[in-house]
Design a protein. Structure first.
Length: 372
């Protein structure tokens, strides 16, 4: 990691390349347990597509000068990383794979564009048309975003960019991606196939869990993360579990494309298990498909499980995909969340005791789920 002041973004050394062994975690890894052994005893694959926060150093020249460390980290799910890592240490029933790159490089929870250069060029054009710091609709072209979700600049956006400049920008991001996010996607998909094959052979249960967080507030120009989201976009007090269904986990329509990725009965059971393990005050603190239905990772996994449905049915295997979107304030803890509500340019250090409690609650929730 390259040195920086508290205000500056944090970078990986240019050329840093990740291998699958760098991004996959399981209980006992550091004491000799192998990945094959972990897969043999686990039944949940936890993927963290937005957990990475350090930007590849070779992309520094393309970043907007307004980017601070707070904006950098706010645009990630960095708070999920310590939780899933600790959870992997204490729970033999899961394997974790983390994306080592931030979504700035390319978002693996979005469909990969057929033409990344065209997608990025269109995103840049929309941002230019909207103007600096202005709301812009990037639907369909947000695999690489020039702005954060609060519309703060991430990339330098010029009024007179040439085709050659856009081509150079695209190539730099694609090249950096081969060393991190691309490795994550291949590793995640390989693990999913191995887990699914084992479950089908044994006639057992396998769930892939896409693990995220989001704050219920967005950032101001002075870095305070305190602007309330619209009511329809706010997360419950603990977590939203999503299977592409309705608020009961049921299919939302008759079209086959609306199929759920986790059986409704099982996702409701999982929600009840989370309510018990996290000690929620109200049932609504753990919601289903509200405000999010679940994105590309569970869509992709659900489609693959559809292809495997016949083989799974023959042996009694259960294959499910679910997204967990935790309230970031809840993962941070109130003290850290309060710091981020105030103006600033830096980020916060994880509360390790709080992280440990969260990891144990995750472990306990899934243990309760398995009892049903």
């Amino acid at each position: 990691m390259m040195a920086a002041s508290d205000a500056e973004p944090l970078f990986l050394e240019p050329g840093t390349r990740f291998a699958p062994a760098d991004i996959v975690r399981w209980a006992g890894k550091d004491t000799g347990s192998t990945l094959d052994e972990a897969i043999a005893r686990a039944d949940v694959l936890v993927s963290a597509p937005h957990a990475g926060s350090l930007i590849p150093g070779e992309l520094r020249e393309f970043l907007a000068p307004e980017l601070t460390r707070r904006l950098q980290f706010d645009f990630t799910d960095q708070s999920t990383s310590p939780v899933v890592r600790r959870w992997a240490e204490i729970d033999e029933s899961i394997v974790v794979v983390e994306n080592p790159h931030p979504r700035l490089v390319r978002d693996p929870n979005r469909a990969r564009p057929a033409d990344l250069r065209a997608s990025l060029a269109e995103a840049l054009a929309r941002v230019r048309a909207a103007g600096p710091f202005e709301r812009v609709d990037l639907t369909g072209v947000d695999a690489i975003r020039p702005v954060t979700f609060s519309f703060f600049p991430l990339l330098r956006v010029s009024a007179d960019e040439t085709e050659a400049e856009i081509e150079r920008l695209t190539r730099a991001f694609e090249d950096a991606g081969t060393r991190g996010v691309d490795v994550y996607e291949r590793t995640r998909d390989d693990l999913l196939e191995r887990f699914a094959a084992r479950a089908i052979d044994a006639g057992t249960r396998f769930t892939t869990l896409s693990f995220h967080d989001t704050m219920n507030t967005t950032t101001t120009r002075d870095g305070a993360v305190n602007v309330p989201r619209a009511e329809a976009d706010r997360l419950p007090a603990v977590v939203a579990l999503s299977n592409r269904g309705d608020e009961r986990g049921e299919r939302r329509g008759e079209d086959a494309s609306m199929s759920v990725t986790m059986h409704p009965d099982r996702v409701r059971t999982l929600a009840e298990a989370h309510r018990a393990a996290f000690g929620v005050r109200a049932a609504s603190d753990v919601a289903l498909n509200k405000p999010y239905l679940g994105s590309q990772e569970i869509i992709r996994a659900g489609a693959r499980f559809g292809e495997l449905a016949g083989a799974a049915s023959a042996t009694g295997a259960q294959l499910d995909a679910v997204q967990a979107e935790f309230l970031r304030e809840y993962l941070l803890g109130e003290a850290n969340a309060e710091i981020l509500r105030r103006p600033g340019v830096g980020w916060v250090e994880p509360d390790l005791d709080h992280v440990d409690r969260l990891a144990h609650a995750c472990r306990d929730a899934w243990a309760l789920y398995r009892q049903n």
